[in-house]
Structures are given as structure tokens and as C-alpha cells.
Design a protein around this ligand. Structure first.
Ligand code: IVH
Length: 690
């Protein structure tokens, strides 16, 4: 079926039928398949168009019209629950300007028969969370049932899944009424959503079948709530906000306002959004909409608007309902976070660490409050899974500060047969080989020493204290040197003279002198430090040391075959391949030669047998100041004896070596019952061979 949104209707009856078919189709895509083809706002637009036709021509209304049900479809797999008090929907104010709030106040005042001389109406202003509505039933203070809204009358029993939500109290304090239904929104925080999708992408990359990423937090939350396996549901972290109530029996102390109700729910342990506030009169509502709209991006979760409710429950009662919507509440929306646009091109960008990311270049579109022209496609697998092609019509989404994403591709709108996306086998920035390792999703450029995209990272890594230490060469200076074009590759570092350095902005003469001295000093290094400093993927300090010992000379490492590299201790096939590919890149080799020509030297030797490893398999954590050794020296000694030195204490730690002024790590060791020793005991252990 085509989602022909732009067709001219020939008659209201035909258009209504068309809309119904489209809405049925999209509701199925959204609720049942979790694969929407149109943005939410577009669905709402179609829905409202149908509602308008049905209001103008009541004879066209059919019982199966999508307008006749409030929410999603009731799936067969969960037990149906009839709500004791129906779960209602609220009317939407579609004017997304803050001033749209005045329309609601005007309607309320008119319905209450208030004149201009009468005082302002008191409201509660809340956030409109973008998740799914849930009714939590407590009997004698115990959570007995959680139900989705369903069609408003009958929902689904999802108690087991909802029990996995940490924020939902399982038991209430003694002053809660014997029967209480708390209503609110189950949602997924954006960081949890991103982490979940990251995990899903990794599973897909590892070849898992039947896995997919989720289009937005609401979709992911709905999927988790309706997950039949509550073990899986528990792995998809959900959150909850309370905003209303359903059946309440035996309440001895019923509040008189919406706000007091919310504060009571808060006191009983339910999360209530801190932004919730009492707002008196239309101006206060306008301010609220504006203020929340400005900070919407900073919220850790999605909202699609705010909600205003008349505060006094007596007035709510007086106002009552029109059809199924309360006259005392309204949802006031913000601009949509999803929009249609078209794909102009698919570029590949290279990150600081060499990761290649396909990026869709889009026809500019205003979404989530900004104009979007790019959307990340993450990696080749994702790009192919979405099957995005140049010229395609897509839905893009931008929520919060996160990078815009392509939610889905409208295959129906594809023109012709554009070729599918393929990842280039060469880095688009430097031309080095781009490779994807087994079980990894990302392609990476292997020209780390030469690639312009990786310059800053490569220099910082090279100059690191535990690599070819260049004291004083930090983040800021590297940034400045690279951005001004003074340094393109590592050897340029050694061509910087005092005059050039001292001429830099914010650079004092003394600092420039120090850097020149540090560079000079760094020329006398060691082979392990140099190898580590090259920033070869998977080559950490320990591997660099093993490589140096095993081969003795840099040239032997550079010319070693994958097989020869695999013979080195702790070097598996992936690491061996990574080292081999690195030295296969002519540009990387050139940089190494230039560094040697700049005067970098180290002692070379013959291949050596591995020193005895008396502490192999043991994990140490160092803390505090030692009497004779520096922390780095202690680390080197331990590692040379085969031990692992970790940064934090866990149950897996064998020994914590504590000096003076040892802090939280020592405390942690004591709580976990990890052995604590001092420097002398550590040295004795090293001398006696463990
Ligand atoms: S009040 C009778 N308050 O928006 C009033 N709803 O159609 C019942 N929603 O799906 C709803 N935040 O899940 C209310 N602060 C809030 C809300 C809220 C989100 C959702 C609700 C429902 C829809 C309203």
C-alpha cells in the first residue's frame, strides 16, 4: 500500500475511506510491527483530517474507524484487563507557539462562565512525556496489576514486565488507600535508548538473527513493555512518571487539587517530574511552554509537549468531558522531532580515532528545533539494514542534543533503482586501507600516523607520558599546532623550532623553551615506548613490550609476517593482522622513517627469551604514595613480572599496594576483603618470584 499523502480527494466519502485505510496500515506498522513508515506528527495529521471529515459528515462515521479507538490495538498475547475507570485521552492544542496556551484558558473560562473581571484560573502545568500510558493497581498497598491503556476501556496485563522497573514502587506506605490506581507514563531515557541501540547494533554485527535497532525511545519502551520474555524486558531499562490516578477506594483523605494529588503520589514514592508547577492564568501557561521548550534538549528523556490541567478537582468536575476528552486538560505540543526529507548523498566521515562513519547528506529540514542536513548511519551494516540509497525519501529524527538519525526509508517512494551503499575499501581522507575486523561493526582507517583526520589523536598518543613522552605537549597545544597547519604528521613536531613555538598565541617564552627541551629529550626513547606510541590498534603497552623483546629490532617488527607476529606472547590473530596491516601502509612506513631521520633513537638488541613471569595471572591496584618507587616504576616492575595493574579495585583484584595517603581504593579493598600490602611486601614478592 502506498502512503500517498499528497493525493487530492475526490469526495469526502472517498477521502475518509482512503484515510481509514492509511491509518489502519500505519497503526499496524507502528503498534504491531514496530516499523513506522511515517513520522508520528504525520500520523496525527491524517488522524485529525479523518476526525474533521467525520465531524462534518457524521453519516460517514464507521464503527471500525481508527478514530473510534483511543490508543493502540490490544494484542492477543497478553491477558486483557478492563479498566475500572477508563483511561482517557486528552485534546491537543496544535498551535505550537507558546501563545497557543491562551486558546485553552479562553475555552476553560468560557465553559466556567467567567467574565474578564473574574480572577485567573489556577492550573497545573506538567510535561507531556513521550512514552506509553500505564495504570498501576495497588491493593492493600501492594502492586497487583499493571495494565497498558489499550483502547482506553480494555488494556493488556503487563505486570511482570512493569515489576522490572526500579522506579515503580512494589509496596506503598501504610497511609495509602486500600485500593489505588496510579496512572502515568512508562518511558525510556535517551541515554538508555542509545545504549540499547548500541548493544543491538553490536549483536547484529556479531551475526545475531532476528535482532533490530529501535526507531525511537517510545518505540523501544513499547517493545520492552510488550516483551513476552520478562528477562529481556528487564534488560531494557525503563522509567516511570506518575501524573494521574484511576480507581481509588477507601481514601480517607482525598486531596482537593491535581497538584496535591501529585505531591501525595510523590510522597508515596512515585516519580513526579520536578518541573510540575502551579500556574495561575494564561500568561503563566505561555511562560511555562516557552521555558520548557527552551530546555527541552537538556532533558534526559523525550517530551512531545506540555500538559495543562485545571487544578481544582471541583472545577474539573464542573467542566466534565466532551466525548472522551476532558474539557479541563489539554496537551500543548512542541515542533515535531521527526520529519520527511530526501537523501542527497551518502558520505563517509573519518573520526579522530580512524573510525569510518557513513553519513546521509539530507535536503535541509527543520526538525526538533534545528535545521538538519546530516544524519549518522553508524556503520555499513546499519546503512545496509536500513537500505538507504541516494534519492530516497526518509524520516529523520532529532531529539535532544543527539546526532540526527534516519528512522526509516520510504521504499514506496524510491525512484528507479539506485545502487545500494557500500563502504569504500580506502580511507576517504588519506587513501590508506580501511578494514573491518571480525565481529566488529566499524570500518577503520589503518593509516593512523598519516591520516589527517587522526592527526591530533596520533600526536597526543605519541607524546603520552607512557609512550614517547613529550612533556608539556597537551590537548590544547596539539589542537593549536594542528589547526594552524604547523604540524601535519609526527615528524613535523621535531621540526618546530623555538621561534615558531614562541610565536604561537598564548605561548610564553619559557614554555616554548621547555617544549623544545622536552622534544629533544624524547628523542632518546626505548623500542617499547616507540612501538606503543605509534598507536597501532590493539597494541597497548604490554603488547609493545612483548613485540620489542621478541623481535629486538624495529625493522624486524615492521617486516614480520602475520604468522611471525602471531608467535609473540599474547598476540592473537586479530592483533597480528592489525600490526601487519599498519606496517603495510606505505604512508605509515614513511612517517616511521622520517622519525628516525629526525633523530629518534633507542637501543636495539637480539630477540630475547621471555623473562620469568612469577606474577602472571595476578591483578594489582596501586594507591597512595610509596616510599621509594614512583607509581609508574612500580607498575613497570609488576608488569615485567607478568602481573596486571588495574585502575580500580574489584573482587577480581588480588592485591592492593597502598602507600601513604591512600584513599577510597584502600577503603574499597577493605570492604571487599582484598589483601592490602605495602611497597616493601611488594618488592619482597618480586624478589622471591611471587
Ligand atoms: S493526563 C485525563 N498528563 O498523553 C487525562 N497525560 O492523551 C489523562 N501523557 O497517552 C492523561 N504526559 O499517556 C496526562 N502529564 C501528562 C502526560 C500525559 C504524557 C500522555 C498519556 C496519554 C496522552 C494523552
Amino acid at each position: 500500500m502506498t502512503a500517498d499523502l499528497f493525493a487530492e480527494p475526490s469526495s469526502p466519502a472517498e477521502r475518509a475511506a482512503e484515510l481509514r485505510a492509511q491509518l489502519h496500515h500505519h497503526a499496524h506498522r507502528y503498534y504491531t510491527l514496530d516499523e513506522p513508515e511515517i513520522p508520528d506528527a504525520e500520523y496525527d495529521k491524517l488522524f485529525r483530517e479523518l476526525q474533521a471529515i467525520e465531524t462534518a459528515h457524521p453519516e460517514l462515521l464507521t464503527p471500525d474507524s481508527p478514530t473510534q479507538r483511543v490508543g493502540g490495538r490490544v494484542l492477543d498475547m497478553f491477558t486483557p484487563v478492563r479498566h475500572a475507570v477508563p483511561m482517557l485521552s486528552i485534546n491537543t492544542e496544535t498551535d505550537t507557539e507558546p501563545s497557543g496556551a491562551r486558546n485553552f484558558d479562553t475555552r476553560v473560562r468560557r465553559a466556567l462562565g467567567l467574565s474578564e473581571a473574574d480572577p485567573a484560573v489556577e492550573y497545573v502545568a506538567e510535561l507531556k512525556f513521550d512514552g506509553l500510558a500505564m495504570s498501576l493497581r495497588y491493593e492493600q498497598g501492594v502492586l497487583v496489576q499493571a495494565a497498558t491503556r489499550g483502547d482506553g476501556e480494555v488494556g493488556e496485563d503487563v505486570t511482570t514486565n512493569i515489576r522490572t522497573i526500579q522506579q515503580v514502587p512494589l509496596r506503598l506506605p501504610a497511609d495509602a488507600p486500600p485500593v489505588l490506581e496510579v496512572r502515568g507514563e512508562v518511558y525510556m531515557r535517551r541515554d538508555h535508548f542509545d545504549a540499547l541501540n548500541e548493544k543491538q547494533r553490536a549483536k547484529i554485527a556479531a551475526g545475531a538473527k532476528g535482532e533490530k535497532t529501535f526507531v525511537n525511545p517510545r518505540n523501544a519502551a513499547a517493545g520492552a513493555v510488550r516483551q513476552l520474555d520478562s528477562g529481556i524486558a528487564a534488560q531494557r531499562p525503563l522509567s516511570f512518571f506518575a501524573y494521574s490516578w484511576g480507581e481509588v477506594l477507601g481514601d480517607e483523605n482525598p486531596p482537593a487539587t491535581q497538584y496535591d494529588w501529585l505531591m501525595r503520589l510523590k510522597a508515596w514514592g512515585f516519580p513526579v517530574a520536578e518541573q510540575t508547577t502551579v500556574a495561575v492564568g494564561a500568561d503563566a501557561l505561555v511562560d511555562f511552554h516557552k521555558r520548557i521548550g527552551e530546555s527541552r534538549d537538556q532533558l534526559p528523556y523525550d517530551i512531545d509537549g506540555v500538559v495543562y490541567k485545571v487544578n481544582a478537582l471541583a472545577l474539573q468536575k464542573q467542566l466534565g468531558f466532551v466525548t472522551r476528552e476532558p474539557r479541563w486538560a489539554v496537551a500543548h505540543k512542541y515542533p515535531a522531532q521527526e520529519q520527511f526529507t530526501t537523501v542527497l548523498a551518502i558520505d563517509v566521515q573519518v573520526g579522530r580515532t580512524g573510525k569510518l562513519t557513513p553519513v546521509a547528506k539530507l535536503a535541509p529540514v527543520f526538525v526538533g528545533g534545528v535545521t538538519v542536513t546530516n544524519a549518522t548511519l553508524h556503520n555499513e551494516l546499519e546503512a545496509r539494514r536500513k537500505d538507504l540509497r541516494v534519492g530516497d525519501t526518509v524520516i529523520v529524527r532529532r531529539a535532544g542534543d543527539v546526532i540526527p538519525e534516519v528512522v526509516s526509508v520510504l521504499l514506496d517512494k524510491r525512484v528507479g533503482d539506485p545502487p545500494p551503499f557500500t563502504m569504500p575499501s580506502q580511507c576517504p581522507v588519506c587513501g590508506s586501507d580501511a578494514v573491518r575486523e571480525e565481529d566488529e561493526a566499524d570500518h577503520r582507517c589503518t593509516g593512523g600516523l598519516f591520516c589527517a583526520a587522526q592527526r591530533k589523536e596520533a600526536i597526543l598518543h605519541f607524546a603520552h607520558r607512557r609512550a614517547v613522552e613529550v612533556e608539556g605537549l597537551g590537548d590544547k597545544l596539539v589542537e593549536q599546532l594542528v589547526d594552524s597547519g604547523l604540524i601535519k604528521t609526527l615528524p613535523d613536531l621535531y621540526k618546530l623550532g623555538f621561534t615558531t613555538l614562541a610565536g604561537l598565541e598564548r605561548m610564553a617564552e619559557k614554555s616554548a623553551k621547555n617544549i623544545v627541551a622536552a622534544l629533544e629529550k624524547s628523542k632518546h626513547t626505548t623500542l617499547p615506548r616507540f612501538l606503543f606510541g605509534l598507536g597501532i590498534r590493539h597494541v597497548g603497552e604490554a603488547t609493545a613490550k612483548e613485540l620489542a623483546r621478541h623481535f629486538g629490532k624495529l625493522d624486524s617488527v615492521m617486516d614480520a609476517s602475520v604468522e611471525a607476529l602471531s608467535e609473540v606472547n599474547d598476540v592473537g590473530p586479530v592483533v597480528a593482522q592489525s600490526i601487519h596491516t599498519f606496517f603495510e601502509q606505505p604512508h605509515n612506513r614513511e612517517v616511521v622513517e622520517q622519525l628516525r631521520a629526525c633523530g629518534l633513537t633507542w637501543e636495539e638488541g637480539e630477540p630475547a627469551e621471555r623473562a620469568p613471569q612469577p606474577l602472571a595471572g595476578k591483578t594489582f591496584v596501586l594507591t597512595g604514595t610509596f616510599p621509594t618507587l614512583s607509581r609508574d616504576q612500580a607498575k613497570d616492575l609488576l608488569e615485567a613480572a607478568g602481573a596486571k595493574v588495574a585502575g580500580s579495585v574489584s573482587k577480581k583484584t588480588d592485591y592492593v599496594v597502598a602507600g601513604t595517603e591512600a584513599g577510597s581504593k584502600l577503603e574499597k579493598a577493605q570492604t571487599l576483603g582484598v589483601a592490602v600490602i605495602d611497597e616493601a611486601a611488594m618488592l619482597a614478592m618480586l624478589a622471591s618470584g611471587g
